[in-house]
Design a protein around this ligand. Structure first.
Ligand code: URA
Length: 424
């Protein structure tokens, strides 16, 4: 067996065996398969796809490239939530304390943002003193003590994904269903929670541009989980416009705090409540309606907010000093009408250029900058009203870029936030 033959087989759109996949993945991890060879294989996979069996075998090889977390010391059902990535997606920061306030154990390993989509770890790092690198003992103890912990994945978990993802990011091979499914599931299986809920984002600002592709990805994720006796539930949600009103690391923490105090944006809270209801109903064995009531009550009575404060304190963060340190400028509408579209991808790009995101893994980010939307899809706007606000620390933007993200119509458009749930 050699890597050239394996690349050629996939180039000819033939199914790879488990041994061939393992040869490529293990070789890439130990350095005997070079970056350029792995890049060629990833491109052949992106163009020709992989069968479910190939994707399952790829997931297994990636999972076994590192350690698997032992969560047996946590009492009760442990849940994990993942998003395929979106613009303004701060759901984890609201959802995890909400679940914790209801006695549900959330053990979450999160990532940093890369490209236009943000990452939970970067957002939390915007809180002064917040520790995003918990060791395994601290992680487990904290989940046992306060029902939740969020940390960045340790270096020895899913080593293959770290190397492969970095290569995919610079070789235009990110948006392959097989590669996304194996990347997500190898990480989730290594983090080893009992119940995994995955928010598959669909639309302009998401990896999956169509519902058809999102449904295919969801089935791959669920079926991979089944092979490891892990329950995976997917929810498909709209990522054509950014989620909520704020995009940017500290701005999204500010919005999460408002949401936890009961003042969350409608679309944001729809996603939070939908995922919370699915998790609560599964863990507590109650109906979705009863689960929703529990979630809603704990937002209204601020118990979820109390859990968030406990979580921040436990990980060394200080909310007293929390403030957005940036200049801002308003973008004024020169039209009257209903907003029919706010281009999530373009907003992500503007936010990246402002310094909120990174193009390369080691780039520094500015936690304070970003965008606030003052209008959302289907809001009525009059000429002269403020559409959005840019928070900046360097003049690296053009007002017109943000203005161009807003499209107008003389009537309201169909805009649902939740497309549906896909279960085993
Ligand atoms: N999220 C992941 O963890 N991996 C991917 O490949 C895409 C989104």
């Amino acid at each position: 067996m050699n890597i050239k033959e394996i690349i050629n087989k996939k180039r000819l759109n033939k199914e790879l065996t488990k041994e061939e996949i393992s040869y490529a993945v293990n070789g890439f991890v130990d350095g005997s398969v070079a970056d350029y060879q792995m890049s060629a294989l990833l491109m052949a996979i992106t163009i020709n796809g992989m069968t479910f069996l190939e994707t399952l075998n790829l997931t297994d090889c990636m999972l076994k490239s590192g350690e698997i977390l032992d969560l047996s010391k946590i009492d009760g059902t442990v849940v994990d939530k993942h998003s395929t990535g979106g613009i303004g997606d701060k759901v984890t920061i609201i959802l995890a304390p909400l679940l914790a306030s209801l006695g549900i154990k959330v053990a979450k390993m999160s990532g940093r943002g890369l490209g236009y989509t943000g990452g939970t770890i970067d957002k939390l790092e915007g809180i002064d003193g917040f520790n995003v690198s918990l060791d395994e003992d601290k992680f487990i103890n904290q989940v046992n003590n306060i029902n939740m912990a969020i940390t960045q994945a340790t270096a020895n978990l899913d080593i293959a994904d770290k190397k492969i993802y970095a290569l995919r990011d610079v070789t235009a091979t990110v948006d392959s269903i097989a590669l996304i499914a194996s990347s997500i599931m190898s990480k989730k299986l290594a983090s080893n929670a009992d119940l995994i809920v995955i928010d598959v984002k669909v639309g302009k600002g998401a990896l999956m541009k169509t519902k058809k592709d999102a449904i295919k990805l969801a089935h791959y994720l669920i079926d991979i989980g089944k092979n490891y006796n892990k329950k995976v539930i997917c929810i498909l949600t709209n990522m054509n416009q950014p989620l909520g009103y704020y995009i940017g690391n500290k701005l999204e923490i500010k919005e999460s705090i408002e949401a936890l105090k009961g003042e969350g944006a409608k679309d944001l809270m729809e996603v939070v409540y939908s995922i919370a209801s699915i998790i609560i109903s599964n863990v507590k064995n109650i109906s979705l309606k009863e689960a929703y009531e529990l979630a809603h009550t704990n937002i209204e009575n601020k118990k979820a907010y109390q859990s968030f404060k406990k979580f921040v304190k436990e990980q060394g963060g200080n909310l007293d000093k929390f403030k957005i340190d940036a200049n801002y400028v308003d973008i004024i509408s020169d039209k009257t009408g209903y907003i029919s579209e706010i281009d999530a991808l373009e907003i992500g790009k503007i936010s990246l250029n402002l310094g909120a995101g990174r193009l390369n893994k080691n780039d520094n980010i500015d936690y304070n900058v970003g965008i606030q939307l003052l209008k959302k899809v289907n809001d009525r706007v009059k000429k002269g009203e403020v559409l959005g606000r840019i928070y900046y620390n360097s003049e690296n933007f053009d007002f017109n870029d943000l203005k161009k993200c807003f499209k107008f119509s003389d009537h309201k458009v169909n805009c649902e936030t939740i497309y549906g749930k896909i279960d085993a």
